[in-house]
Design a protein around this ligand. Structure first.
Ligand SMILES: Nc1nc2c(c(=O)[nH]1)N[C@H]1C(S)=C(S)[C@@H](COP(=O)(O)O)O[C@H]1N2
Ligand SMILES: [Mo]
Length: 251
């Protein structure tokens, strides 16, 4: 039996990082560390191979929504650039879609709203042990990528965010299976309102089959790449680079 992330969270254990955190002394040894994380990668690889990556995350009714969707991580990027965009109610904001695409795009919120919209009421699970149910709306990332046209060799989409967290730029990445998953959207609305700043205004990723840290807020750029090497520290995301979280955080 494969224990999913949801089971781990429901049981009060917040995934691999916490499980391993109990063995600090073993982990300090480089060889032990290598073996442990190799095991971890194999386990994740196995999970990715066995789990139906196209299955849908559960969706909920409007009544099941949480009264409040708490923020986590950055609550306000607070940079001069972001402040200026916010001041102008994000009219000047553009999402750059670039990298290994045939037609790079520069999309305003009105452009995102002109795509067919998907709305979904889903549960967000943070590794820190909290969950919240909310309605998200936006175009499917897959539709936006189709508009840009994927070029041969593209394997991942890297999301660049407007904020720094703990002094490092926040970024994330997903593979094309998740990028083209029907519930993966560029959300600009939360519970039928524009995203609040604390939840990632003006636009954030929703990648519903993965844990909260993959849901990049304050999106500025979505870049199709062949490899994650050379981006950040090369592990595919802020938490992956800095805290050993798994790149694939499937639930
Ligand atoms: N740009 C950016 N995206 C981010 C974060 C962040 O700090 N900066 N935090 C992540 C984490 S750990 C979680 S649980 C969710 C929290 O989303 P929320 O603030 O809307 O609750 O956003 C994720 N995306
Ligand atoms: Mo999180």
């Amino acid at each position: 039996m494969i224990v999913g992330r949801r089971d781990l969270i429901a049981g009060g254990v917040a995934g691999g990082a916490t499980l391993l955190a109990g063995c600090d002394r073993v982990i300090e040894h480089p060889a032990a560390r290598r073996i442990l994380f190799m095991g971890e990668d194999m386990q994740r690889g196995l999970q990715r191979a066995l789990v139906d990556r196209n299955a849908l995350a559960p969706e909920f009714t409007p009544e099941q929504r949480s009264p409040f969707f708490r923020p986590n991580g950055t609550r306000d990027p607070g940079t001069p650039e972001y402040d200026a965009l916010r001041e102008g109610r994000f009219a000047e904001w553009r999402l750059q879609v670039d990298g290994l695409v045939a037609r790079p795009l520069s999309l305003a919120l009105t452009d995102l709203a002109a795509f067919p919209q998907r709305a979904q009421i889903t549960r967000h699970d943070c590794v820190e042990g909290w969950s919240a149910i909310a309605k998200w709306q936006g175009p499917k990332l897959g539709d936006v990528l189709k508009a840009a046209g994927m070029r041969d060799g593209a394997r991942y989409i890297v999301f660049t965010c407007a904020d720094m967290y703990g002094g490092a730029p926040y970024y994330e990445s997903i593979d094309l299976v998740d990028a083209f998953h029907p519930q993966t959207i560029l959300a600009w609305a939360l519970n039928d309102r524009f995203l609040p700043v604390m939840n990632g205004a003006p636009c954030r990723l929703r990648v519903e089959r993965q844990l909260g840290y993959k849901h990049a807020k304050y999106l500025m750029r979505a870049t199709a790449v062949a490899s994650l090497a050379g981006i950040g520290k090369g592990r595919g995301g802020y938490w992956e680079d800095n805290v050993d979280y798994d790149w694939y955080a499937g639930i």
